[in-house]
Ligand binder design. Structure first.
Ligand code: NPW
Ligand code: ADP
Ligand code: K
Length: 514
């Protein structure tokens, strides 16, 4: 699913109005009806108090139009206009007049006015700001937002939580609505998935207001949301006459004294992802550990007992995944450097391989094109430096991937795969996966997919999706706390099978939490 920017949504808006020969007011009415139907279906006329807080732009207009429909169906409503500007939009005013003809007069709230009382069992509809927010709200508006956030009432946001910018990082975290549910028009917004702002959204759903499909289809977006459909579209079925050679030979290089488990996890995950053959290259100390715990995996050892020093092997792997549990000892740095000097195979780099690169940036030039790097936030910071907000981080990563012709997998609650100008935002995974070794499993899955002939980009995107889905399936039987990295591996098979399940519900996303 494409994630459109505010500019693109406004453009779609204009094109739809022109093509369909409708007025902007009619489009607002469509949006309001969709909002109303969604609420009415769930509330069935229940007499719960609904407070509608509306701004003076089109987001507020949506709220005022919704208020009319709620009123017409006998709901118990109060309407407030947050009067933060004199520049009321035309469609807001049209809808305000319609509401007044029904003898419903909103309370206009300005800077010094008292804030209305809200019960914790009430419902708040948040229509203060939409995608038109272009500067931080004034302090008195921020105070109203905090008042709503503290009320404990259920907050339903129209289009986007008020106070969140659509395409830039937040400036004042105290001036953003904490939504329980967002009904977002036509497209979810990128900020729903970023670490700094995602926590303002508990659940979201898209309401299709019928913006011009031709424009939407033809428009390229900077970000795409990866769900079941996108994952399924890259999936490669197995062929009847295939043999293990068809599905590639994965080489996992890593491990050091006390950290051999990381290699076991990555190698096992590569097997479960479908790699035909898997070899692990480890310090001597790892030989029996791997042979005992993973009979399917072949093992080669370094000349050094406890760490990697001379990475040498005499076969042709399809792809190499390197770095897990490897450590950053000087001898390993030398061995890794020499390996990069010789290597011609596709690479997946994780953990200490990334840490070594961060300290020896000249090595980045030695990476083959389309190398996949899988940093967690701290490793990413070592690699690209600090960032002011998530948008700066994404810009820096895009530049980095352009410069070094690589792919970066920014790991997190919604992992984002970045290649040059485009980001792919994952939808699977849960906080149970914040556990030792789950990154090693991801490295194994991505390397194992690459071995099977997936392009680097597809392997990264699909691998991240499968990994998160395995986590979502595993957590159903383990619970969040007891999910361990090995249970992710056991669920990779179910994650594949899940690709072919027909979804029971429309797109409803829950933020990842208990
Ligand atoms: N195609 C669609 O998806 C459809 C979208 N629709 C709806 O329209 C919504 C977008 O509406 P919108 O453009 O009128 O802007 P909105 O968010 O209501 O903000 C109001 C105005 O406030 C101003 N302003 C900004 N920041 C400010 C600040 N800090 N403090 C004070 N003022 C500030 C700024 O104007 P400015 O003062 O900068 O000129 C801005 O224009 C969208 O989210 C959806 O709900 C549907 O109706 C139908 C189809
Ligand atoms: N809250 C979360 N929601 C979804 N996925 C998560 C969450 N926390 C961690 N993960 C995933 O778990 C993995 C953790 O990787 P990493 O930090 O490298 O762990 P380790 O080094 O222990 O293997 C990443 O793929 C990340 O996206
Ligand atoms: K809103």
């Amino acid at each position: 699913m494409k994630l459109y920017s505010a500019k693109q949504i406004y453009k779609a808006d204009q094109i739809s109005i022109k093509k369909e020969e409708i007025t902007s007011d009619e489009l607002m009415e469509r949006a309001a009806l969709q909002l109303f139907n969604w609420i009415h279906l769930r509330m069935q006329g229940a007499p719960v108090k609904i407070h509608l807080f509306c701004g003076i732009g089109n987001n507020g207009g949506d709220g005022i139009a919704l208020a009319r429909h709620l009123l017409d169906h006998g709901y118990n409503i109060s309407v407030y206009v947050i009067n933060y500007s004199e520049k009321r939009s035309k469609d807001f005013l049209i809808n305000l007049e319609r509401l007044k003809t029904r003898k419903c007069w909103p309370s206009f709230i300005s800077s010094d006015d008292e804030l209305p009382e809200i019960g914790k069992d009430d419902i708040i509809v948040d229509g203060i700001f939409g995608i038109g927010l272009n500067r931080t709200p004034d302090d008195w508006v921020a105070k109203i937002i905090q008042h709503l956030n503290k009320s404990e009432a259920f907050i339903l946001s129209i289009d986007i939580p008020s106070g969140l910018f659509t395409d830039q990082g937040p400036e004042n975290l105290e001036a953003i609505i904490k939504s329980n549910f967002v009904l977002s028009f036509q497209t979810p917004k990128l900020v729903f998935f970023l670490p700094q702002t995602g926590s303002f959204i508990e659940q979201w759903e898209v309401l299709d207001i019928g913006l011009d499909p031709e424009y939407l289809m033809a428009t390229e977006t900077d970000y795409e949301l990866i769900g079941n459909n996108e994952a399924l579209s890259v999936y490669k079925p197995r062929e009847k006459y295939a043999h293990k050679g068809t599905y590639g030979h994965t080489l996992i290089i890593g491990g050091s004294y006390g950290k051999m488990g990381a290699v076991c996890l990555a190698a096992n995950a590569a097997l479960h992802a479908g790699s035909g053959l898997v070899t692990a290259y480890v310090p001597k100390i790892g030989y029996s550990i791997l042979q005992t715990s993973l009979p399917e995996v072949m093992v080669l050892t370094d000349s050094n007992e406890d760490l990697l020093e001379n990475i040498e092997f005499d076969f042709e792997p399809t792809v190499v995944g390197i770095g897990v549990g490897m450590g950053t000892n000087n001898k390993t740095v030398t061995g890794f450097t020499e390996f990069l000097n010789k290597n011609k195979k596709p690479l997946v780099l994780d953990a200490d391989a990334l840490n070594i690169l961060s300290k020896n940036k000249s090595l980045l030039k030695k990476l083959p094109e389309n190398t996949i790097l899988t940093p967690h936030p701290k490793e990413l910071e070592r690699l690209i430096g600090t960032w002011k907000d998530d948008f700066e981080k994404l810009d820096k990563v895009k530049k980095f991937t352009k410069k070094f012709k690589c792919i970066v997998v920014i790991k997190g609650a919604h992992t984002i795969v970045v290649q040059i100008d485009k980001g792919y935002v994952n939808t699977t995974g849960n906080p149970g996966m914040a556990t030792a070794g789950s990154g090693d499993v991801l490295t194994g899955i991505i390397t194992g997919l690459r071995a099977q002939g997936y392009t680097a980009l597809d392997a990264a995107i699909f691998g991240v999706y499968l990994h998160g889905k395995a986590g979502d399936i595993a957590v159903e039987s383990t619970g969040y706390q007891s999910l361990v990295a090995s249970s992710l591996i056991e669920s990779i098979g179910s994650a594949y099978l899940d690709l072919f399940k027909i979804p029971e519900h429309p797109v409803v996303e829950e933020s990842k939490g208990q």
